[in-house]
Design a binder for this molecule. Structure first.
Ligand SMILES: NC(=O)C1=CN([C@@H]2O[C@H](COP(=O)(O)OP(=O)(O)OC[C@H]3O[C@@H](n4cnc5c(N)ncnc54)[C@H](OP(=O)(O)O)[C@@H]3O)[C@@H](O)[C@H]2O)C=CC1
Ligand SMILES: CC(=O)N[C@@H](CCC(=O)OP(=O)(O)O)C(=O)O
Length: 337
């Protein structure tokens, strides 16, 4: 068995990950950690996440960022389900100690220091590690994921959007003179477990946020290799993301070419479901799938692509498991379906 530890295990993404590892045939939980001064230190994990009562019998151990290297020797890999700023240092310490790390935060997803400063608000201290990090979009980067010790698991919106747009980009079907427009709505769990009036489901109806400033815009653009205009929205439901992308195809592109692009990109990739009808959050919540459907307006040459994921699973923890599967030599979907 491969023994893995989770830092940030009391949070939404960390708890989902603990559940997936508990049920995985190849991985075992080595330790569950929270921050040094956590209000949940030494509590039972199942006291925080009651659905795991009598299943995951573990205590949440507090750990400081400077001690993180010490747990490398006690396990085969570490998942960081921690805030971006905390992950920056912890990743460096884990790599220095010779460990394998899957970082679910945004700390290592972008390569340009100036862009990181602009969108995350801090100066990144480890440019060499940014170069070493492999982006964990599992269906698209499996070879590199297998060969690195630093996997940066994509953000939730980028997972939904890149899954929808990369087949078209690879097939050179996107008209580069018209910037694709992406509107996406997330459930409130995307904002994490900490109470916050602005993301409480009782306060939220449906509204855009982070307009023209959201950090997932440069993440999508970098990993698509194409600019996008991205507008996230917050909805008053718990989990799931639905993203609608509108783009112009190159002149003369036919629907059959679009269909071929998706079929080729995702042949044999069982966690991507090319649907014959429009995706919905209800079809993907609590699942590791990304559902995709598209239609072409033959009059204008515009294509509408809709993709849906569970933000806590394909948008975070189950994609992290896909990456770990690849890194340790298993099929990407092992233990997930
Ligand atoms: N929610 C989502 O849909 C997605 C989240 N992500 C990313 O995953 C990460 C976790 O997100 P999420 O689960 O939503 O967040 P939560 O706020 O729900 O959980 C954060 C966790 O990190 C712990 N933590 C905070 N600071 C530290 C620290 N310095 N050292 C160790 N542990 C710490 C918290 O516990 P405590 O504070 O008690 O120590 C808690 O367990 C974030 O980077 C987020 O951006 C990525 C994709 C999707
Ligand atoms: C609804 C909501 O607040 N969502 C979060 C995205 C969560 C996520 O996947 O992103 P990172 O890993 O990049 O933090 C947000 O917009 O900040």
């Amino acid at each position: 068995m491969i023994r893995v530890s989770i830092v940030g295990a009391s949070g939404y993404a960390g708890a989902e990950l603990a559940g997936l590892i508990h049920n995985h045939p190849e991985f075992d939980i080595a330790g569950l950690y929270v921050s040094e001064n956590s209000a949940d230190a030494y509590k039972a994990f199942s006291a925080i996440h009651g659905k795991f009562s009598y299943q995951i019998d573990r205590t949440l151990i507090p750990i400081s960022e400077s001690q993180i290297g010490k747990i490398v020797a006690e396990c085969d890999a570490i998942f960081l389900c921690t805030p971006h700023e905390a992950s920056v240092d912890m990743v460096s310490r884990i790599i220095d100690a010779g460990g394998v790390v899957f970082d679910l935060s945004g700390a290592y997803r972008l390569s340009d220091l100036a862009v990181i400063k602009d969108y995350y608000g801090f100066s990144h201290k480890f440019p060499d590690l940014l170069n070493q990090a492999e982006y964990g979009l599992a269906e698209w980067n499996h070879k590199n994921i297998q060969e690195t010790n630093l996997i940066s698991v994509p953000g939730c919106y980028p997972t939904a959007v890149l899954s929808a747009l990369k087949p078209l980009k690879e097939a050179k079907l996107i008209d580069s003179s018209v910037i694709p427009i992406v509107n996406a709505t997330s459930g409130a769990s995307g904002a994490g477990r900490r109470a916050n009036l602005g993301t409480s489901v009782c306060e939220v109806s449906l509204h855009p946020y982070g307009v023209l400033t959201h950090r997932h815009q440069p993440e999508i653009a970098e990993h698509l290799g194409h600019p996008v205009i991205f507008t996230p929205h917050l909805g008053n439901f718990k989990r799931g993301i639905l993203a609608t992308s509108t783009l112009k195809l190159v002149d003369g592109a036919r629907l059959s070419e679009v269909n071929a692009a998706y079929n080729e990109a995702y042949e044999g990739k069982r966690l991507v479901r090319l649907r014959q009808s429009w995706p919905s959050i209800k079809d993907v919540e609590n699942t590791p799938f990304v559902d995709i459907h598209w239609e072409l307006d033959k009059k204008t040459g515009y294509l509408i692509v809709v993709s849906a994921i569970d933000n806590l699973l394909k948008g975070a923890s189950s994609q992290a498991i896909q990456c770990a599967n690849l890194r340790f030599g298993f099929d990407s979907d092992r233990g997930l379906i």
